[in-house]
Design a protein around this ligand. Sequence first.
Ligand code: ADP
Length: 475
Amino acid sequence: MFIKGQWLSEGSQGKFAVLNPANGETVAEVANGGVREAKTAIEAAAEAFPDWSAQTAHKRSALLYKAYERLVSRKDEIAEILTLEQGKPLRAATTEVQYAADFLLWFAEEAKRIYGETIPSARPDQRFLVRHEPVGVVAAVTPWNYPISMVTRKLGPALAAGCTIVLKPAEATPLCAIEMVKIFEEVGLPEGVVNLVTSSDPKPIGEEFVTNPLVRKLTFTGSTAVGKMLAGKAAGNMKRVSCELGGHAPFIVCQDADPVHAAKGLQLVKFLNTGQACISPNRVFVHESMVEPFKETLAGRVSKMKAGNGLEAGIAIGPLVNSAAVDKVDAQVKDAVAKGAEVVCGGEQLTDNGLEKGHFFAPTVLNNIKPNMTIYREETFGPVAAIVPYSDDDDVLAMANDTSYGLAAYVYTQNLSRAMRLYEGLNFGIIGINDINPSAASAPFGGTKDSGMGREGAREGIFEYLETKLGGFSI
Ligand code: ADP
């Protein structure tokens, strides 16, 4: 933990172990904090706020830029730590560290563009002036699936805006957060500006975040259930909130798509991070005329994906986060099969060749998914591509929108009108048209409905950490 410029190797709850999900081995032990540390960290952030928020945007930008350079220079080393604590293949971990660095660079730039405005008044003797000021102390809660990029996607804009921060990373993956905070310390961020509370028990810390009057803003990425609970409590104390929560992304392959291209795209995005991403396609709607070539290409590619320890060469798919995640995937697959789904490939837990020590599930393709199956309704967060054949454009739009989630959606089509109709008709925050990677530091990321509120990255991302102040001047 890092509070008020001091590292603590032990907390009020002692220490806790960080386990490698590929083999169950202990990777490290870290300080286990509780309410006491959360309070102290919030107070330190509140104390640091007046000075930090009074720095020039150029100074804050320069520090973020240094942190960006330092993170890039340590990319390979931090990627290895990421794989050890989270499990994704080393190449994917390296890509994530670069993605994390991108947010630091982007917000180093945006720090200098927090423009205000002047507004003409109806009164000749009046002038209106608008400026944007940092909200104050930010409490940030980050998830285990992207342990470093979710940290910089929040801390980058918060620091650029002039806020001070208390970060609580996920209990499964505190190590990347520790490395990131070390970098902020090394580049000279003043004491108390970023504080880190690691803990194996998030509940009391979350409670402190949403009730402590010194915290002005909560930024949360995680499950919809926890996000709603925290946002509800934060609302009771009128704190600003942004939440990036679950998803249930449709992936639509239209009758005019190239089925091979679409299948390649699906394989890349669906099995990324072993399906543990909020933008992971969870319902693959394929026009009935395209099912056979799509399925064949997909199964051919998926069955070649080698599962294992992400530090080993040739590994295409890592473990799931824990045994509960394996059980959830297994239950969804069994439920679908019992109700008539076809197993095209995979379909079971992987327990041979040393994989029994980790949490592995075979990359799986199911076909003939129906609305009465759990997988049609619930987010899987695992490596299962669930194909739903369809026959009509209007039906598929209604089916795609028939979910309480609204994060990402994907469409494969070569028809411009259809692409535009679906882009406009899909009720999701992010739409990929023949594009499986519609995310970047420069693009607004976020969802609607149960997928959360607010946007991260892009020009919008910094406004989550700013208040608008009006000045009315009578002259
Ligand atoms: P998941 O089910 O994907 O693990 P969670 O929502 O449980 O998602 O976890 C996301 C983040 O939320 C993690 O940092 C976790 O520690 C934190 N978290 C979980 N429960 C709470 C809570 N009651 N209060 C505050 N943070 C929480």
